[in-house]
Design a protein around this ligand. Structure first.
Ligand code: SF4
Length: 447
C-alpha cells in the first residue's frame, strides 16, 4: 500500500534540520510519498522507522552497483521519472563494449586495453566506455575462468560475464568474484544455477525472459531468494518492440510501484553495422537502458552515443555554466589574442577546444550571460557591448596584454563599433560565427 506523506512525516525526526536538502520534514515527506526521494536521504531516521518503512518507501527502481565499490564500479537505476523534463534522469547508462569469445587470448587482451582507454573529455566532462562485456559462450569452464581473470587484471572497467552455461559461469565468476562482475544472463533454463552463483559470489545478476510476465516472475523469484542487485536484460532487436517493453517496464515500476520490475534494464544491441549500432544504441541510452552492449569501439561510433547520454542526463533545471572570469588557455603572454564569449558551458568548451587545436595560447574573457549561448543571450538582453566592456574592465584584461585587439564572436558583429567607441579596445576583430573557424581565423588574422 502506498504511504501517505503524513504517515511518513510522523516517523521523521521533525526537526526541520534541512540535512536532506529540503527545508522541512514535511516537504521531504511529500517527496518520499511521491517516490521522488528515498527515505534514506534523511540521515537522522531511527532504526525503527527504517525497519517499518524501508520496503514501502523504497525507491520504485532499485539502485544497482556493477563492479566493486568506489571508483572501480558504476551505479545504474533508481530513476524517478519517465521524462527528463519532469525532474531529471539520475544515473547515466553505461556503454559496455563486447569482447568476443572467438578472439585469441592476445586479441582479447588488446581489446580490453582499447576499451579501458576509450575515454574522452567533452564540455569539461569525462566520458567513456564503462564496462567490458566479455563473451565466454562456448569456451570450456577453465578456459573461460582464465580469460576473465586475465582480462579483469588488465581492465580499468568492470566486466559483464556473458554465457548461458552454468558451469562456465560459475568458473568465470568464481575467478573474479572480488571484482563483482555482472552475471549475464539468467533465463528460464539456467535460473536456479545462476541465482545460486549470484548469491554465493555476491554479484549482480541480469535476468531475461521471452515475455514481460515471465521476466517479472523470474526477477521476483531471484529477489525472493535473496539476490538484491538485479538487472532486466533485453535483446535490442527488433528495436521497436524493445523500446515498447522498456517503456512498459519503466511505467510499471514508477507509476504502478510494481516491485517485480523495479530494477534497471540493459539492452544488447551488438551489430556489425556501426551506423545502425550507433543509432540504436543512442536510442536505448535515451530510453531507458541502464547498460547498452555494443560491438563498436571506434570514436566515430562512441562519441555520438556518449554525447547523447551526456545531453539527456544533464539536469534541465540547472544551466550548464562556467564561472565568468578570464581564462588563460595555454602558455599565454602579453601578445596573446583575447577573445570574449558567454558562460554557456557548451559554448565555452567549444571555444577552448578550438583554441587548443589552433596551438595559439589565448585569453578568453567569459561574460556572464546567465548560461545562455551567444544568440540567445543577445536576444534575451543578457549580453551587450556595455556589459562586455564592463567585464573586460572587471577582469583587468588590459593589464594582461600590451595590445588592444579584441576578438568578438562572429554572430554579433554589431558590437564592434560600440566597444571600440567606449573602451580601450580600439581594434575589435570579428571572429568566426562558429568555434570550428577559430584555428583558421587565428592563423589568418593574428600576426
Ligand atoms: S534531514 Fe530528516 S530531520 Fe532533517 S529536515 Fe530532512 S527529514 Fe527532517
Amino acid at each position: 500500500m502506498a504511504l501517505t506523506a503524513m504517515a511518513i512525516y510522523k516517523n521523521l525526526p521533525r526537526t526541520n534540520c534541512g540535512d536532506c536538502k529540503f527545508p522541512t520534514c514535511m516537504a521531504f515527506a511529500m517527496q518520499v510519498a511521491a517516490k521522488q526521494k528515498p527515505l534514506t536521504d534523511c540521515p537522522h531516521l531511527s532504526d525503527a522507522a527504517k525497519g517499518e518503512f524501508s520496503e514501502a518507501s523504497a525507491p520504485p527502481m532499485k539502485l544497482v552497483r556493477v563492479g566493486p565499490a568506489g571508483a572501480g564500479g558504476f551505479d545504474i537505476g533508481q530513476e524517478t521519472v519517465m521524462f527528463r523534463h519532469e525532474e531529471k534522469f539520475h544515473h547515466q547508462p553505461a556503454i559496455a563494449v563486447r569482447v568476443a569469445a572467438s578472439l585469441t587470448d592476445d586479441q582479447a587482451l588488446a581489446r580490453i586495453e582499447q576499451i579501458s582507454q576509450a575515454q574522452f573529455v567533452r564540455v569539461g566532462q569525462q566520458l567513456g566506455v564503462k564496462a567490458a562485456a566479455v563473451d565466454v559462450e562456448g569456451l570450456a569452464a577453465d578456459k573461460a575462468a582464465a580469460r576473465v581473470k586475465a582480462l579483469a587484471a588488465k581492465s580499468r572497467v568492470p566486466l559483464i560475464v556473458m554465457t548461458k552455461d552454468a558451469a562456465t559461469m560459475a568458473a568465470a565468476v568464481g575467478a573474479i568474484a572480488d571484482k563483482r562482475p555482472l552475471i549475464y544472463q539468467a533465463n528460464a533454463a539456467n535460473a536456479e544455477a545462476f541465482i545460486k552463483i549470484a548469491l554465493e559470489k555476491k554479484c549482480p545478476l541480469a535476468v531475461s525472459a521471452d515475455t514481460l510476465e515471465a521476466l517479472a516472475d523470474l526477477a521476483k523469484a531471484a529477489k525472493d531468494k535473496g539476490v538484491a542487485d538485479l538487472v532486466l536484460a533485453f535483446n535490442g532487436h527488433p528495436a521497436a518492440r524493445t523500446i515498447r517493453d522498456l517503456t512498459i517496464v519503466r511505467r510499471a515500476a514508477l507509476k504502478k510501484s510494481f516491485r517485480a520490475l523495479g530494477f534497471p534494464s540493459m539492452v544488447d544491441v551488438s551489430l556489425d553495422d556501426p551506423c545502425k549500432e550507433t543509432v540504436i544504441a543512442s536510442t536505448f541510452a535515451a530510453k531507458y537502458a541502464g547498460i547498452v552492449i555494443i560491438n563498436g569501439l571506434d570514436p566515430t561510433e562512441l562519441l555520438p552515443i556518449l554525447t547523447t547520454i551526456q545531453n539527456v542526463y544533464t539536469d534541465p533545471q540547472v544551466p550548464n555554466i562556467v564561472e565568468p572570469k578570464l581564462y588563460a588557455i595555454g602558455p599565454v603572454n602579453e601578445n596573446s589574442p583575447v577573445l570574449w564569449t558567454t558562460n554557456f558551458s557548451l559554448t565555452y568548451f567549444c571555444v577552448v577546444g578550438e583554441i587548443e587545436r589552433s596551438k595559439v595560447p589565448c585569453y578568453i574573457s567569459v561574460v556572464d550571460s546567465g548560461g545562455l549561448g551567444i544568440l540567445n543571450a543577445y536576444a534575451g538582453d543578457k549580453v551587450s557591448p556595455e556589459k562586455v566592456v564592463k567585464t573586460l574592465e572587471a577582469q583587468k584584461v588590459a593589464d594582461k596584454v600590451k595590445h588592444r585587439k579584441l576578438i568578438n564572436p562572429g554572430l554579433l558583429p554589431s558590437f564592434r563599433a560600440e566597444i571600440e567607441d567606449s573602451s580601450p579596445w580600439k581594434q575589435v576583430l570579428i571572429g568566426p560565427e562558429n568555434a570550428s573557424g577559430i584555428p583558421g581565423f587565428l592563423k589568418a588574422n593574428w600576426k
